[in-house]
Design a protein. Sequence first.
Length: 243
Amino acid sequence: MMRKVIIVGATSGIGKGLAEKYIAGGCIVGITGRRKELLEEIKNSAPDRVFISVFDVTDRNAVEPSIEKLAWEMDGFDTFIYNAGYGKSSYGMDADMELRTVDVNATGFVMCACHAFDYFARNGIRGHIVATGSVASTKGLGSAPAYSATKRFISAFMEALEQKSSILGLDIRFTTVRPGFVDTDFISGRKYPFTISLDKTVDLYFRAVESGKRNVIIDCVWKTIVFFWSLIPGFLWVRMKIK
Protein backbone atom coordinates (compact mmCIF):
# COMPACT_ATOMS: atom_id res chain seq x y z
CA MET A 1 0.00 0.00 0.00
CA MET A 2 1.31 3.46 -0.89
CA ARG A 3 2.30 5.58 2.11
CA LYS A 4 0.27 8.74 2.69
CA VAL A 5 1.96 11.48 4.69
CA ILE A 6 0.76 14.90 5.85
CA ILE A 7 3.41 17.47 6.83
CA VAL A 8 2.24 20.60 8.64
CA GLY A 9 4.76 23.37 8.09
CA ALA A 10 6.37 22.33 4.80
CA THR A 11 7.13 25.59 3.00
CA SER A 12 10.82 25.64 3.94
CA GLY A 13 13.56 24.11 6.06
CA ILE A 14 13.05 20.69 7.63
CA GLY A 15 9.41 20.41 6.52
CA LYS A 16 10.24 21.06 2.88
CA GLY A 17 13.17 18.64 3.04
CA LEU A 18 10.96 15.90 4.49
CA ALA A 19 8.31 16.53 1.82
CA GLU A 20 10.94 16.12 -0.90
CA LYS A 21 12.15 12.87 0.72
CA TYR A 22 8.69 11.34 0.81
CA ILE A 23 7.85 12.53 -2.69
CA ALA A 24 11.07 11.00 -4.02
CA GLY A 25 10.08 7.76 -2.27
CA GLY A 26 6.84 7.57 -4.25
CA CYS A 27 4.51 8.49 -1.38
CA ILE A 28 1.32 10.51 -1.56
CA VAL A 29 2.13 13.69 0.34
CA GLY A 30 -0.06 16.44 1.78
CA ILE A 31 1.75 19.67 2.64
CA THR A 32 0.55 22.72 4.53
CA GLY A 33 1.77 26.22 5.27
CA ARG A 34 0.85 29.88 5.01
CA ARG A 35 2.69 30.62 1.76
CA LYS A 36 0.78 29.15 -1.17
CA GLU A 37 3.43 29.89 -3.79
CA LEU A 38 6.05 27.85 -1.90
CA LEU A 39 3.68 24.92 -1.50
CA GLU A 40 2.89 25.02 -5.21
CA GLU A 41 6.60 24.87 -6.06
CA ILE A 42 6.83 21.59 -4.15
CA LYS A 43 3.63 20.28 -5.73
CA ASN A 44 5.04 20.89 -9.22
CA SER A 45 7.59 18.13 -8.65
CA ALA A 46 4.82 15.50 -8.56
CA PRO A 47 1.41 17.09 -9.30
CA ASP A 48 -0.44 13.77 -9.17
CA ARG A 49 0.88 12.79 -5.71
CA VAL A 50 1.20 16.09 -3.86
CA PHE A 51 -1.74 17.94 -2.33
CA ILE A 52 -1.61 21.34 -0.67
CA SER A 53 -3.61 23.13 2.01
CA VAL A 54 -2.96 26.77 2.85
CA PHE A 55 -3.77 27.74 6.44
CA ASP A 56 -2.29 29.19 9.61
CA VAL A 57 -2.10 26.71 12.51
CA THR A 58 -3.12 29.50 14.90
CA ASP A 59 -6.49 29.86 13.16
CA ARG A 60 -8.75 27.59 15.22
CA ASN A 61 -11.51 27.72 12.63
CA ALA A 62 -9.21 26.64 9.81
CA VAL A 63 -7.24 23.70 11.20
CA GLU A 64 -9.83 20.92 11.28
CA PRO A 65 -11.60 21.63 7.96
CA SER A 66 -8.26 22.16 6.19
CA ILE A 67 -6.82 18.84 7.37
CA GLU A 68 -10.11 17.04 6.68
CA LYS A 69 -10.15 18.41 3.13
CA LEU A 70 -6.56 17.33 2.62
CA ALA A 71 -7.32 13.85 3.96
CA TRP A 72 -10.29 13.56 1.60
CA GLU A 73 -8.21 14.60 -1.41
CA MET A 74 -5.49 12.12 -0.46
CA ASP A 75 -8.02 9.37 0.29
CA GLY A 76 -6.70 9.16 3.84
CA PHE A 77 -3.30 9.36 5.53
CA ASP A 78 -1.22 7.16 7.83
CA THR A 79 1.58 9.49 8.94
CA PHE A 80 1.11 12.99 10.40
CA ILE A 81 4.11 15.25 10.98
CA TYR A 82 3.76 18.53 12.88
CA ASN A 83 6.73 20.67 11.93
CA ALA A 84 5.27 24.19 12.19
CA GLY A 85 7.28 26.25 14.63
CA TYR A 86 8.03 29.77 15.75
CA GLY A 87 10.43 31.41 18.16
CA LYS A 88 13.05 34.13 18.48
CA SER A 89 15.76 34.99 20.96
CA SER A 90 15.30 38.25 22.82
CA TYR A 91 17.10 40.02 25.65
CA GLY A 92 13.91 41.84 26.60
CA MET A 93 10.43 40.49 27.12
CA ASP A 94 8.14 40.98 24.16
CA ALA A 95 4.77 39.60 25.24
CA ASP A 96 3.41 39.58 21.68
CA MET A 97 6.35 37.51 20.44
CA GLU A 98 6.12 35.10 23.37
CA LEU A 99 2.37 34.64 22.84
CA ARG A 100 2.86 34.12 19.11
CA THR A 101 5.31 31.36 19.99
CA VAL A 102 2.74 29.75 22.30
CA ASP A 103 0.06 30.03 19.60
CA VAL A 104 2.15 28.20 17.00
CA ASN A 105 4.18 25.75 19.07
CA ALA A 106 1.55 24.83 21.66
CA THR A 107 -1.99 25.79 20.63
CA GLY A 108 -1.50 25.04 16.92
CA PHE A 109 0.27 21.80 17.74
CA VAL A 110 -2.51 20.66 20.10
CA MET A 111 -5.23 21.34 17.54
CA CYS A 112 -3.40 19.45 14.80
CA ALA A 113 -2.25 16.55 16.98
CA CYS A 114 -5.71 16.08 18.48
CA HIS A 115 -7.28 16.02 15.05
CA ALA A 116 -4.76 13.49 13.75
CA PHE A 117 -5.28 11.32 16.85
CA ASP A 118 -9.06 11.46 16.43
CA TYR A 119 -8.78 10.68 12.70
CA PHE A 120 -6.73 7.54 13.35
CA ALA A 121 -8.95 6.49 16.27
CA ARG A 122 -12.30 6.77 14.50
CA ASN A 123 -11.02 5.13 11.32
CA GLY A 124 -9.13 2.31 13.04
CA ILE A 125 -5.90 3.26 11.29
CA ARG A 126 -2.43 2.14 12.37
CA GLY A 127 -1.21 5.71 12.34
CA HIS A 128 1.95 7.55 13.23
CA ILE A 129 2.05 11.04 14.80
CA VAL A 130 5.37 12.88 14.66
CA ALA A 131 6.25 16.23 16.25
CA THR A 132 9.28 18.48 15.93
CA GLY A 133 10.58 19.37 19.36
CA SER A 134 13.98 20.88 20.16
CA VAL A 135 16.99 20.40 22.40
CA ALA A 136 15.91 23.77 23.80
CA SER A 137 13.29 21.84 25.78
CA THR A 138 16.06 20.43 28.00
CA LYS A 139 16.18 23.52 30.22
CA GLY A 140 14.34 26.84 30.34
CA LEU A 141 16.32 29.29 28.19
CA GLY A 142 16.26 32.88 29.41
CA SER A 143 16.81 34.12 25.86
CA ALA A 144 13.74 32.24 24.58
CA PRO A 145 11.32 31.44 27.43
CA ALA A 146 8.22 30.57 25.41
CA TYR A 147 10.20 28.63 22.82
CA SER A 148 11.93 26.34 25.30
CA ALA A 149 8.72 25.95 27.33
CA THR A 150 6.53 25.09 24.35
CA LYS A 151 9.04 22.59 23.02
CA ARG A 152 9.02 20.87 26.41
CA PHE A 153 5.22 20.98 26.27
CA ILE A 154 5.31 19.13 22.95
CA SER A 155 7.37 16.31 24.45
CA ALA A 156 5.05 15.94 27.45
CA PHE A 157 1.92 16.12 25.32
CA MET A 158 3.21 13.42 22.96
CA GLU A 159 3.99 11.19 25.93
CA ALA A 160 0.47 11.72 27.29
CA LEU A 161 -1.09 10.99 23.89
CA GLU A 162 0.86 7.74 23.68
CA GLN A 163 -0.48 6.71 27.08
CA LYS A 164 -4.01 7.65 26.03
CA SER A 165 -3.62 5.58 22.88
CA SER A 166 -2.60 2.60 25.01
CA ILE A 167 -5.54 3.09 27.39
CA LEU A 168 -7.95 3.16 24.43
CA GLY A 169 -6.33 0.15 22.78
CA LEU A 170 -5.39 2.07 19.64
CA ASP A 171 -2.56 1.21 17.26
CA ILE A 172 -0.91 4.63 16.97
CA ARG A 173 2.82 5.29 17.13
CA PHE A 174 4.38 8.52 18.39
CA THR A 175 7.76 10.07 17.61
CA THR A 176 9.20 13.31 19.01
CA VAL A 177 12.26 14.56 17.15
CA ARG A 178 14.50 17.07 18.97
CA PRO A 179 17.06 18.70 16.66
CA GLY A 180 19.95 20.81 17.85
CA PHE A 181 20.72 24.10 16.11
CA VAL A 182 19.99 23.63 12.41
CA ASP A 183 21.32 25.80 9.59
CA THR A 184 17.99 27.16 8.32
CA ASP A 185 16.31 30.56 8.00
CA PHE A 186 14.92 29.88 11.47
CA ILE A 187 18.17 30.96 13.10
CA SER A 188 18.50 33.91 10.69
CA GLY A 189 22.17 33.42 9.87
CA ARG A 190 23.26 33.80 13.50
CA LYS A 191 26.26 31.78 14.66
CA TYR A 192 25.43 28.99 17.09
CA PRO A 193 27.77 26.25 18.31
CA PHE A 194 27.55 22.77 16.79
CA THR A 195 25.14 23.88 14.06
CA ILE A 196 23.90 20.95 11.94
CA SER A 197 23.44 21.20 8.17
CA LEU A 198 19.89 21.09 6.89
CA ASP A 199 20.56 18.09 4.65
CA LYS A 200 21.97 16.06 7.53
CA THR A 201 19.07 17.05 9.77
CA VAL A 202 16.45 16.06 7.20
CA ASP A 203 18.18 12.72 6.59
CA LEU A 204 18.37 11.90 10.32
CA TYR A 205 14.81 13.12 10.90
CA PHE A 206 13.52 10.93 8.05
CA ARG A 207 15.33 7.90 9.47
CA ALA A 208 13.88 8.61 12.92
CA VAL A 209 10.34 8.64 11.56
CA GLU A 210 10.84 5.49 9.52
CA SER A 211 12.38 3.65 12.48
CA GLY A 212 9.38 4.50 14.64
CA LYS A 213 11.53 5.50 17.62
CA ARG A 214 9.74 7.39 20.38
CA ASN A 215 12.30 10.11 21.14
CA VAL A 216 15.21 11.11 18.94
CA ILE A 217 17.82 13.82 19.40
CA ILE A 218 19.61 15.10 16.29
CA ASP A 219 22.58 14.57 16.14
CA CYS A 220 25.16 12.48 18.08
CA VAL A 221 26.99 15.58 19.30
CA TRP A 222 23.75 17.05 20.62
CA LYS A 223 22.87 13.77 22.35
CA THR A 224 26.04 14.16 24.40
CA ILE A 225 25.42 17.85 25.04
CA VAL A 226 21.83 17.23 26.17
CA PHE A 227 22.96 14.45 28.51
CA PHE A 228 25.31 16.74 30.40
CA TRP A 229 23.00 19.72 30.01
CA SER A 230 20.22 17.85 31.81
CA LEU A 231 22.54 17.12 34.76
CA ILE A 232 23.07 20.80 35.61
CA PRO A 233 21.15 21.51 38.85
CA GLY A 234 18.44 24.16 38.69
CA PHE A 235 20.04 26.53 41.22
CA LEU A 236 23.18 26.62 39.07
CA TRP A 237 21.43 26.76 35.71
CA VAL A 238 19.49 29.94 36.49
CA ARG A 239 22.75 31.73 37.31
CA MET A 240 24.43 30.82 34.03
CA LYS A 241 24.72 33.59 31.43
CA ILE A 242 23.26 31.72 28.43
CA LYS A 243 22.69 33.94 25.38
